[in-house]
Design a protein around this ligand. Structure first.
Ligand code: ATP
Ligand code: MG
Length: 799
């Protein structure tokens, strides 16, 4: 191209002097420009480039002449049509690929008279072809006709821009209208050339009209054909066709086989899931969507997971209840020692269920300290009636979605733990234990309690809606059982739905019995030992209970027995011995020195320490109240992170003791120049409430009289400033805690006598009870009587 550039510049001088009737010819292939139209033309051939450059340079027009044979590289005069269009070059653009483009605007038709050769490009002498400006009715009618037809054609050609329609509507010149239509109609180049050459206006319009009619007809026919094809393929065939196409695309992409297999399995699983109508419809719809998705898309795996959930839920799977009361009793006895009242209540419950399976039986809720067998009772019930067991842990749940699920739009969405456990159970009528209902939190995202209420409500739970499933699931056949450590922490409305059964905890004897019958065997088996290889006597179990555990339940006991059994297994496996009969030494070696041995005796060896009883969420415990006297300004110092009520009760105890100095036999002057310090150690026990009043009073009395507190006595009770002992709560748990700690005498407010019945029988039998009306009753029983000579110097001067 550079070569030709240079060539042109050499010849320049000559060409600029061209006379007016000589025009630069630009041969074009397969295109006809009409007057008034604008068209880009790419120029590549050296002669054309030269012609274009000359025209641009000298500001001259060019004549576009179509070649008769588009293949001809270098057409001479004979290979060009004789009629062409004179055009202005509006712009010359060089595109990135180096090709020059001319934007040409047609101006008028001309006829070439003769060509002038011997120049770098073709020149020609020409003659104008005049356009008719005639206007008459016929022409007007033809115009209307042409325009209508053109619009009709445009309607069937969706890709034509709107501006073009508007432009067409505004053309008022018949020549321009005919030329425009001819220009834009996709005619053969020869047809266009023919129209260009038709100088008679009416003839030209007629020719355009007939070509346009033909075009419209073709378009109409085309449309009809495609409509008919669309009709003739009914929907099903169409879908089959599309699916066939889809498959071949997938085959191309290599996505076919595995996915198809997977989808087939899903389809089968859905068909076999026994879903209710609504669920099945949704599942099928989603499956169809899935079939159309790419395996790699995030939505694919989300939808597949969803469908797996739907197909794996036991929509209609149930186990048949087998409620044979005798058998149920056997099962309960097999799994649990004692608990007579509870087992009786469970059997009643089962009997009612058997007689009236459709009736609404109450929801049981087991309440009691850890390790007393709440969860394992639930398992026993499931076993007794032949149902699956599922356990939903509610501890720490503080979001409604954990119970009811997240909507599927949420990233990582899952069904809530009710539905999750239904799937795990594999039937829709399991025994479902709602564990730790008292640990349910209150969240920001909806109230989990409300969701749970719905789960337990027999009016609503047949259509329980999990947000993830997005459709109801029938929970009405589920046998719900709740558990909690503390009843008070279960919200009222939930508590009202359930029948509470309390498991207060075991006495020492019961624990030994449970260990002998259940825990030892279980732990021995866990350790892989045969019965003849491992023996542990009742006395040794008793030592574990007393010295290594202090709990209401038997969980730690079981753990310690487990440790002993594992140790025995190691010794047997290593060939050291063939059989282990656990001795006290073994115990010390494996479990370490006793943990709780003489705590009470040790602590109360000095005056100023009293053993109190506390109620705790885990079933009651003993605690020590320590009082001391040190030089100071007469203040009462309280430590041990006591709550407000407990502080007040220390204050009351001090006031009371000051008033009783005389009767207790110490001088009021002991307070002069001294502070009184009351400390309550025990880190794990919540320290508030008034019930330590008596113990505080006794600790102070002990300190000030110098008489120690008896080490086998524990007490609880609120005091008034007048010295009355007021009733307190948690008697049963407190008494059991005292019993566990080896206390012999328990001092309780007289007005708590009404709670005596609640105390398990063997604790009642083994303990001595002192019922206190006034603090004086406590002093006599709690303080040891020291020999006169041991009376401390500072005390007793007033007596
Ligand atoms: N009366 C009993 N007879 C036999 N085994 C018992 C008895 N009570 C409890 N156990 C055993 O003690 C262990 C602890 O019981 P479980 O797990 O049911 O306690 P829990 O009351 O549910 O405690 P938590 O409140 O901590 O959940 C279990 O292995 C259980 O079998
Ligand atoms: Mg439990």
């Amino acid at each position: 191209m550079n070569d030709s550039n240079e060539n042109v510049s050499v010849e320049n001088e000559q060409v600029t002097r061209l006379p007016e009737d000589i025009i630069i010819v630009l041969p074009v292939r397969n295109t006809v420009l009409f007057p008034g139209m604008v068209m880009p033309i790419a120029v590549r051939r050296p002669r054309s480039v030269a012609a274009a450059q000359e025209a641009v340079k000298s500001g001259r027009q060019v004549c576009l002449l179509m070649q008769r044979d588009a293949e001809e590289e270098n057409p001479g005069p004979d290979e060009l049509y004789r009629v062409g269009t004179v055009a202005n070059i509006l712009r010359m653009v060089t595109t990135a690929d180096g090709v020059q483009h001319l934007i040409c605007q047609g101006e008028r038709r001309i006829r070439i008279l003769d060509f002038i050769e011997g120049q770098p490009f073709l020149l020609a002498r020409h003659q104008a072809l005049p356009e008719s400006r005639e206007m008459n009715k016929e022409i007007e009618a033809r115009m209307l006709n042409l325009r209508d037809r053109a619009m009709q054609a445009l309607d069937m050609l969706p890709q034509v821009p709107e501006e073009f329609r508007n432009g067409l509507a505004q053309i008022s010149s018949p020549t321009l209208l005919a030329d425009s239509i001819a220009f834009y109609l996709d005619l053969k180049p020869e047809e266009k050339q023919e129209i260009l050459e038709t100088t008679d206006l009416v003839a030209r319009m007629e020719r355009v009209q007939s070509l346009l009619d033909y075009r419209v007809e073709v378009l109409e026919l085309q449309q009809k054909i495609s409509e008919r094809t669309r009709e003739s393929l009914n929907l099903r065939q169409r879908e089959a066709l599309l699916r066939e196409q889809l498959k071949s695309i997938q085959r191309e992409l290599g996505e076919d086989d595995e996915q198809a297999e997977e989808l087939k399995q899903l389809e089968q699983a859905i068909a076999e899931a026994g879903m209710p109508e609504e669920a099945e419809e949704t599942a099928r719809r989603e499956l169809k969507r899935l079939q159309r998705m790419g395996e790699m898309s995030a939505e694919y795996s989300m939808t597949r997971t969803y469908l797996e959930w739907l197909s794996e839920l036991p929509w209609s799977k149930t186990t048949d209840d087998n409620i044979d009361i005798e058998r149920a009793r056997k099962v309960l006895d097999e799994d649990h020692y004692g608990l007579e009242k509870i087992k009786k209540r469970i059997l009643e419950y089962l009997a009612v269920r058997k007689l009236n399976p459709e009736g609404k039986s109450p929801i049981l809720c087991f309440v009691g300290p850890p390790g007393v067998g709440k969860t394992s009772l639930g398992q026993s019930i499931a076993r007794a009636v032949g149902r699956r067991f599922a356990r939903v842990s509610l501890g720490g749940v503080h979001d409604e979605a954990e119970i009811r699920g997240h909507r599927r739009t949420y990233v990582g969405a899952m069904p809530g733990n009710i539905i999750q456990n239904i799937r795990k159970a594999g039937t829709r009528n399991p025994v479902m234990m709602l564990d730790e209902m008292d640990k349910l939190g209150q969240g920001f995202h909806g109230d989990p309690n409300a969701a749970l209420l719905e789960v337990l409500d027999p009016e609503q739970n047949a259509t329980f809606r999990d947000a993830y499933l997005g459709m109801p699931f029938d929970l009405s056949q589920v046998m719900f059982i709740g558990t909690a450590n503390v009843l008070d922490n279960i919200p009222g409305p939930l508590r009202d739905r359930m029948e509470v059964i309390e498991l207060p905890g075991y006495t020492r004897e019961e624990k030994i019995e449970i260990a002998k019958r259940y825990l030892v065997r279980r732990q021995r088996e866990h350790a892989g030992l045969k019965p003849e290889q491992f023996e542990i006597g009742e006395d040794i179990i008793g030592m574990i209970v007393n010295e290594y555990t202090r709990e209401a339940g038997v969980r730690n006991l079981e753990r310690q027995i487990g440790a002993v059994a594992r140790n025995a297994a190691v010794r047997i496996a290593s060939g050291e011995v063939e059989k282990v009969t656990v001795t006290e030494e073994d115990l010390r070696r494996v479990l370490g020195p006793p943990r709780f041995e003489d705590e009470v005796a040790l602590r109360t060896a000095l005056p100023g320490v009293a053993t109190g009883l506390a109620w705790t969420p885990v079933g009651g415990d003993i605690l020590f109240i320590e009082a001391n006297r040190s030089p100071g300004s007469g203040k009462l110092i309280l430590t041990g992170q006591l709550g407000e009520v407990m502080k007040e009760s220390a204050q009351a105890a001090l006031t009371l003791i000051k008033n009783r100095a005389d009767s207790l036999g110490f001088s009021p002057s002991v307070f002069d120049g001294h502070d009184i310090h009351v400390h309550v150690p025990a880190g794990a026990i919540p320290k508030d409430g008034p019930s330590a009043g008596v113990a505080m009073y006794i600790a102070l009395a002990s300190l000030l009289t110098g008489r120690t507190v008896r080490n086998d006595v524990a007490m609880t009770g609120e005091i008034t400033l007048r010295g009355l002992v007021m009733p307190v709560g948690g008697i049963k748990e407190k008494v059991l805690a005292a019993h566990r700690a080896g206390i012999r005498t328990v001092m309780l407010p007289a007005r708590n006598r009404r709670d005596f019945e609640e105390i398990p029988e063997n604790a009642r039998k083994e303990l001595e009870f002192v019922w206190m009306e006034r603090v004086e009753d406590a002093v006599d029983h709690a303080l040891a009587t020291p020999p006169r000579s041991e009376m401390p110097r500072h005390a007793g001067t007033g007596g």
